[in-house]
Design a binder for this molecule. Structure first.
Ligand SMILES: Nc1ncnc2c1ncn2[C@@H]1O[C@H](COP(=O)(O)OP(=O)(O)OP(=O)(O)O)[C@@H](O)[C@H]1O
Ligand SMILES: [Mg+2]
Length: 235
């Protein structure tokens, strides 16, 4: 469904991403794992059109989207949940969800989708009139995911959804990601929390210093001595 081929991205003279290639098949969960500064966010932002890659191609459902503007990429079915959640704090939960549907004009279906999201995230339903900035970290992450779903994406790009959350909340967020995937949305999950990501992913790519240094099924990555030593530790 998504193919990234020979992607390179520079910030001035810094080579943040160096000639990486990977694929995300339809219906799967693929994870990009790696330490701070490995180039994970740079890669996601290039896919979603927030950054212009220096070299390489990004193909989504057979179309070359490499130079498309972000709103056109969202309309094509790719929605990103940004690192640090990026919800709009001075707006309510309900207003944040409505904004997620900015590419749509089907008012009745938008209302139905908001209700569906409240069904999936009961904590958001209870807090629909609360300002987003006053939600807990876990609730903000759920709102960010809910808002991305309002664009009716075929593929969801998630940038470190576990960041800053307590272990029990991380488990809830990952369970929701698994459910969203089961309901038919393809997922590209960027994580530093490799142990958690590998539990729900079908396939994984390991990034180090801007390069893909290892790839395999979640099982293969978990049993790679190099990956275990570099990222997974004893956990
Ligand atoms: N706007 C920028 N200007 C200059 N350098 C940048 C910029 N954004 C990122 N970088 C550099 O690019 C490299 C990759 O950063 P990136 O944010 O993609 O890493 P990451 O894998 O997402 O890390 P983290 O897990 O900490 O979020 C880093 O060395 C970083 O300092
Ligand atoms: Mg990042």
């Amino acid at each position: 469904m998504l193919e990234v081929a020979n992607l390179s991205v520079n910030y001035g003279s810094i080579e943040a991403v160096r000639d990486i290639s990977f694929q995300v098949p339809e219906g799967k969960i693929v994870t990009l794992i790696g330490a701070n500064g490995a180039g994970k966010t740079t890669t996601l932002s290039s896919i979603s059109g927030l950054l212009r890659p220096g070299r390489g191609k990004i193909i989504f459902q057979g179309q070359d989207i490499t130079r498309w503007p972000t709103d056109q990429i969202v309309r094509a079915g790719l929605a990103q949940v940004a690192e640090g959640r990026a919800i709009l704090s001075p707006l309510t939960v309900a207003e944040n969800l409505e904004l997620g549907a900015f590419v749509r004009r089907d008012r009745a279906a938008i209302r139905q989708d908001i209700d569906r999201i409240y069904g999936q995230f009961p904590r958001l339903a209870e807090r629909r009139s609360q300002l987003a900035g006053s939600l807990s970290g876990g609730e903000q992450q759920m709102l960010a995911i809910g808002r991305a779903l309002m664009a009716q994406p075929k593929m969801l790009l998630l940038d470190e959804p576990s960041m800053g959350l307590a272990p029990i909340i991380i488990n809830q967020v990952f369970e929701i990601i698994r459910q969203i995937n089961e309901q038919g949305t393809t997922v590209l999950l960027v994580e530093q929390n490799a142990n958690k990501a590998l539990k729900i992913a079908d396939y994984a790519y390991v990034m180090e210093s801007g390069r893909v240094t290892f790839q395999g099924t979640a099982e293969e990555v978990r049993s790679s001595t190099h990956v275990v030593e570099a990222f997974l530790g004893k956990g």
